[in-house]
Design a protein around this ligand. Sequence first.
Ligand code: HSE
Length: 353
Amino acid sequence: MKIAILGHGVVGSGTAEVFLKNKKSIEAGLGKEVALKYVLEIRDAGEFPDCAYSDCFVKDFNLILDDPEVTVVAELIGGIEPAYSFVKALLLKGKSVVTSNKELVAKKGAELLAIAREKNAAFLFEASVGGGIPIIRPLNQCLAADSINEIAGILNGTTNFILTKMFRDGMGFDEALKLAQEYGYAERDPSDDVNGIDACRKICILASIIFGKRVNPDNALVLAEGISKLNREDIAFCESKGGTAKLIARAVKRGDKVEVSVCPTFVSNDSQLAGVSDVYNAILVRGEATGDVVFYGKGAGKYPTASAVVNDIANALKNSGASSTLIWDEEEQVLSEVTFAEKFGNIRVFDNL
Ligand code: HSE
């Protein structure tokens, strides 16, 4: 069974490495041999002199699309184009696709899942939310029987890392951002992290799964604010109330409507989210029967993200129709304006967080 990787950036190269390192155990699970056949990359293989799989590098996407040996492709280019056209073409050919591309899943997920289902292929995206934390599969498979009305969490590693470095270690914003970029946490355009856009895409993916309809990150009722205006008075306010400030992404169902927000938020020291620092993410899921369930782990970085991608690859190799139960309607979820208990400076206080 042959796989291909589109894009040889931080996550793409990590995925190739983790896949090759775990090849034997993947093969043991499948009872078949697996191999990496192509890496689609615009740069020349010569730019990666120590690469053990440089013979896999190609520049023509059609080689992968038209190769019947390739059954699973990992899209790790990021952004909408050309990723969307490539993924759609692959699914239409019946090939399974896995991706870490949150923008693609948030904006085109409903359509791509529908195509995957029609073609009995898998479209899996565990790595798109929470880096190495398993959250999509548990939401879809383990908590599906419960009625979930709220999901809230720290979904962006870069901003949580910056906040930790600034407010715990006294580092400047620019220095902390530079470090996050060096560690491979930040997006190519880090303003998507800093402005709350990345976390907004992720909460919209989680909300689409739990509410079953497309939650559109571009809907004007979605509140998306970042951390760039956060100041010491905001932090002092949170500390005086017995807590801290975190960039919280949240989706809450009220009747038929859903509130979606990403903003600097007061988090009480009693909350499990208060102690989440550095690049770690935490996702709190409130189920009617289960009560609060919290998922915690590294939310960004080469290897945590690559590990989630490789796990999806192994699942797609095992069962091409794996996406058939994961689906949400193309019809847009009706949203309502975000309500909160209090606002001080750049901080919002929500009830029960
Ligand atoms: N830039 C993202 C983050 C990467 O910092 O969380 C993982 O999605």
